[in-house]
Design a protein around this ligand. Structure first.
Ligand code: RP5
Length: 162
């Protein structure tokens, strides 16, 4: 099974990454996590990205806040799919990171999830791996069915709450 590489720009992004790793664990997907910053440790971020494919990764999640250039910098150094998580870590409530992450110029794409979207970043990475991995595809299908069942249960009970 290919692994998911997870990079965050700072340990202050950890609560968002935890949502992603919990989701990947629930699906039995292997991952590796690093704190590599595009501006504080750019060499390590680039080296990880350049070697990611030969090191067994199938997709990379990159989470950063403020002037968030980590996902783009990672994507510049690999042709693996890169998912950017814009993190809310400034007075601008994550809008700064959202625009920085999503507005990649043509040629180097970053698939951007919602601000602090750790769960969806993990699910999207699972869906990318599931293109070639039937076991992951089955687990994703089962999760959707379980999630739908929970909503239908709430639907049954909603009237009693009003
Ligand atoms: C970004 O700047 C990080 O991804 C983090 O979201 C933000 C603030 O970093 P710290 O000053 O908390 O280390 O590089």
């Amino acid at each position: 099974m290919k692994k998911v590489g997870i990079i965050m720009g700072s340990d202050s992004d950890l609560p968002i990454i935890k949502k992603a790793t919990d989701t990947l664990k629930s699906l039995g997907i292997l991952f590796e996590v690093h704190i590599y910053s595009a501006h504080r440790t750019p060499v390590q971020a680039a080296e990880f990205s350049k070697n990611a494919r030969e090191n067994g990764f199938g997709v990379i999640i990159a989470a950063a806040g403020m002037a968030a250039h980590l996902a783009g910098a990672v994507a510049a150094n690999t042709t693996l799919p890169v998912i950017g998580i814009p993190c809310k870590s400034s007075n601008l409530d994550g809008i700064d990171a959202l625009l920085s992450t999503v507005q990649m110029p043509s040629g180097i794409p970053v698939a951007t999830v919602a601000i602090n979207g750790g769960v969806n970043a993990a699910l999207l990475s699972a869906q990318i791996l599931a293109v070639e991995d039937k076991e992951i595809a089955e687990k994703l299908k089962a999760k959707r069915q379980a999630d739908a069942a929970k909503v239908l249960e709430k639907d049954k009970n909603v009237l009693q709450q009003l």
